[in-house]
Design a protein around this ligand. Structure first.
Ligand code: ADP
Length: 496
């Protein structure tokens, strides 16, 4: 059979096919192995990357924890700083500001050693110290006052720190650390505008606690707030002093014024008494002069020649004027001293105004003056002394007609003003200058004008009017312009 060519052919064909199949299988397996290898490589790479990332995560976590710790420390410090700021900015006494900064708070900020000095007339004065024994403090004070460096910190507004000095001046850094017994430090100027300037020193004692740039900033903020708090304290002290001075001055002036017022009251009382007694004394001889003149005028002691008659009439007229003046003076003095009792009752002002205008009708007619009145019903009844209020109307309307030229107008207006009647008596007369208005209610004051040179008067009428109105609890004032007439206004309480 092996010699059978057909069999051989089939065998050969079969072997070839099998080999080809095996070869194909091998190729396929090889390709699969290659793919597997590349997958394994990829996996290995991924594992490496993952390993790297895991290491990174661990590193980052450590850093984050460190950052968190620092942040917590910073927050704590900021909280302490805020607490401190609040305390010092609400303190208005310099010594207490430093007391408040005191040990506890600076300790909370993480500094074991600290001191503050202010420049006063004869050198630096210690205001605060933390972490130094009394025996060491003297050394610190001597050192501060013997080196120009510390006044330069103020004049140059310069911050010195162990961090900056280790590059610029390591010897100086070492010296400061040695003298003040610290590992790291910051010295910041305190620069208030009004109060004494100085500086704040803070330091750490442990080699592990290094003062960072952030700490430096913190101390600079604190020193700045210290300066502001000191300015506030100074301002408060100045204001308080000024207020004390003012209060003392006011008390002093009040005492002086009380003395002066008492003196014025005494003088016024003496003047009133004097006027009262002189007027009283004048009345008796005046009455007899007038009496004798009347007897002589009546011819009871025999016929008097015409020339003597004329002179006697003048004596009589002038005596009348004098009696009138003496009576006014006496009334002013009596009202001033409270001797006149006002018999107050309900008084109808409309009626008084009409009576006074009737009384003056001849005089008004002669000068062709138009009189008018406008009286509000609600204001016509006042609580007053009838006779005295009538005198006020007579004086004011009398003056108005005296100083108003022919053809002028006089008006009386009465209206209600709160619980008072306000009475305005206006005229179209010569008016009164501002300067004269200020003196017009003074006794014997008369304006130096053309009318007064022709018309007689005493200058007592308005003073009397003012006294009567004030004795009723009212007020009087004037509005006038030269050439444009005058309005005298006064108030009297309404009858209830
Ligand atoms: P007398 O009228 O007797 O001079 P008064 O005290 O009544 O005294 O008045 C003082 C001065 O006030 C008057 O001399 C006058 O110059 C001025 N005066 C008063 N009332 C008027 C008025 N209605 N118009 C202008 N001047 C007046």
């Amino acid at each position: 059979m092996l010699n059978d060519p057909q069999f051989t052919y089939f065998l050969f064909f079969g072997i070839t096919i099998t080999i080809a199949c095996l070869a194909a299988v091998i190729v396929l397996k090889m390709r699969a192995i290659k793919q597997l290898r590349s997958t394994v490589n990829n996996l290995k790479r991924s594992l490496d990357e993952m390993d790297e990332q895991a290491k990174l995560i661990v590193r980052t976590d450590i850093e984050l924890n460190k950052a968190q710790e620092e942040l917590d420390k910073k927050i704590g410090e900021l909280y302490a700083l805020q607490k401190l700021s609040r305390e010092i900015t609400t303190t208005l006494e310099e010594s207490q500001i430093f007391q408040k900064i005191g040990s506890a708070e600076l300790g909370e900020l993480g500094f074991e050693k600290a001191f503050a000095f202010l420049w006063e007339a004869k050198g630096f004065k210690l205001r605060l110290s933390l972490g130094y024994e009394t025996s060491n403090l003297q050394r610190v004070i001597t050192m501060i006052n013997s080196e120009a460096l510390y006044s330069e910190i103020i004049t140059k507004a310069q911050v010195l720190s162990s961090a900056s000095l280790s590059k610029q001046n390591p010897q100086l850094k070492e010296k400061i650390c040695r003298v003040f017994d610290v590992y790291s430090f910051v010295i910041t100027p305190i620069l208030p505008k009004e109060a004494n300037k100085g500086f704040l020193f803070v330091g750490t004692k442990n080699a592990g606690t290094f003062i960072s740039a952030g700490d430096e900033e913190l101390i600079a903020i604190l020193a700045n707030q210290l300066g502001q708090a000191m300015d506030n304290a100074k301002l408060f002290e100045n204001t308080w002093r000024a207020q004390q001075d003012l209060e003392n001055k006011v008390t002093e002036r009040t005492n002086e014024l009380t003395l002066a017022l008492n003196e014025v009251k005494n003088i016024s009382r003496r003047k009133t008494n004097f006027i009262s007694s002189v007027s009283h004394e004048l009345r008796t001889p005046l009455t007899s002069i007038k009496g004798y003149a009347s007897i002589l005028l009546a011819g009871k002691l025999g016929e008097v020649p015409q020339e003597v008659h004329e002179r006697l009439e003048k004596i009589n007229k002038h005596s009348d004027e004098l009696v009138h003046m003496v009576n006014d003076l006496l009334d002013i003095a009596r009202i001033e001293s409270g001797k006149v009792i006002m018999n107050k009752e309900s008084v109808d002002l409309k009626q008084i105004s009409e009576e006074v205008s009737d009384l003056m009708s001849v005089q008004l007619k002669e000068k062709g003056i138009l009189f008018s009145s406008n009286i509000a019903q609600e204001a016509k009844d006042v609580f007053a002394d009838r006779g005295q209020i009538a005198r006020v109307f007579i004086n004011l309307i009398g003056n108005a007609s005296k100083f108003t030229p022919s053809g002028g107008k006089i008006s009386v207006n009465i209206r209600k003003l709160y619980n008072f009647a306000q009475i305005d008596i206006s005229d179209t007369g010569c008016g009164i200058s501002q300067e004269a208005q200020e003196k017009i209610f003074e006794e014997f004051y008369r304006v130096d004008n053309a009318v007064n040179q022709q018309v007689k008067g005493t200058g007592l009428g308005l003073s009397l009017v003012k006294h009567i109105i004030e004795a009723h609890g009212g007020k009087i004032w004037i509005k006038s312009e030269p050439g444009a007439g005058s309005t005298f206004s006064f108030t009297i309480p309404l009858a209830i």
